[in-house]
Design a protein around this ligand. Structure first.
Ligand code: NAG
Ligand code: NAG
Ligand code: NAG
Length: 273
């Protein structure tokens, strides 16, 4: 605990040193906590941007400033590459939380990861409520024995250990399967939370293109390659600020000649608060 506390102070103190007098109070609302020692792994996170500098301090300082201005940024990874080279990356276009909430093992690769408090991140978005008339349609529906695994299962509020096969959405095996979630009115999407299938088959979630639509105009929130997707994973997708939308589409971009099954437990849409 003491170690974590110390690291929190360091980030805040460095920011303070560089902020001009009238900005100092901002530090109090922008505290980061050390979450783990080690780097963000390619298969679990896609950084937003990176900054390289000759010292850890200046990389950290620039990263904190940039993160503060980027509404998608929920954390920073700081690495000492060489004694005279440090790298800092903002997290993330997408980020995967293991079903057991497991953090990466503390590694000795010269990196540390800090993030904003859970409250700080969660207060940025408000979940679309049931009276937003949220609905889902999909490219196809797989029938498991006599039970169709319906698109509406991604909106039933059931995920994790309670998400048995019959509570899952599944497409048939096809090219570029998709599911689209629509609501009434235009919102600015803050994040999309995707709960991977939980009873099996987690590795089917690959090459997922997450796009949004507003009056026929399409934009991209993120692309999740899913190299090591596991059942029960939770994938957070942070959309760009311009993501004003009336619907979101999740589509597997099948490789040539390949058929895919899109399997999900739940999809949650959060609007910017
Ligand atoms: C990694 O280190 C941090 C801080 O020292 C500690 O709180 C955390 O529990 C460790 N995580 C693992 C997975 O060992
Ligand atoms: C709710 O959504 C459905 C399907 O998109 C649509 O047919 C219906 O008119 C909507 N109702 C309201 C109150 O917006
Ligand atoms: C994702 O979908 C968008 C819109 O259809 C498309 O322009 C883009 O190329 C797709 N991305 C990938 C990686 O397939």
């Amino acid at each position: 605990m003491e170690f974590q506390f110390l690291n929190t102070i360091i980030v805040c103190f460095l920011a303070l040193l560089h902020f001009s007098r009238n900005q100092q109070s901002r530090c109090a609302t922008y505290t980061m906590y050390q979450k783990f020692i080690g780097s963000l792994h390619d298969d679990r996170a896609k950084p937003l941007w990176e900054i390289e500098r000759e010292s850890v301090q200046s990389a950290k300082y620039l990263c904190v400033r940039r993160c503060e201005k980027d509404h998608r940024c929920v954390g920073i990874e700081i690495c000492t590459i060489r004694p005279d080279l440090s790298r800092c990356r903002g997290c993330c276009e997408w980020y995967v939380i293991d079903k057991d909430g497991g953090l990466p093992r503390n590694a000795t690769d010269g990196c540390k990861y800090f993030d904003l408090s859970k409250d700080g991140v969660e207060s940025r978005g408000i979940r679309l409520s049931a009276n937003s008339n949220v609905s889902a349609v999909a490219s196809s529906t797989y029938v498991h024995y006599d039970t169709p695994l319906l698109a509406s299962n991604v909106l039933d509020g059931i995920y994790g250990i309670h998400c048995g096969t019959s509570k899952t959405y599944s497409s048939v095996g096809e090219t570029n399967p998709w599911i689209e979630v629509t609501w009434s009115g235009t919102i600015t999407i803050q994040r999309i939370v995707i709960y991977n299938r939980a009873d099996c088959c987690g590795n089917r979630l690959v090459d997922l293109n997450v796009t949004y639509t507003n009056n026929g105009v399409t934009g991209i929130c993120g692309f999740y390659p899913g190299l090591l997707s596991r059942h029960g994973d939770i994938i957070l997708i942070y959309c760009p600020l311009e993501a004003h939308a009336t619907s979101v589409k999740l589509q597997i971009q099948s490789k040539p000649g390949q058929l895919n099954e899109l399997n999900l437990c739940e999809v949650e849409i959060y609007k910017k608060s």
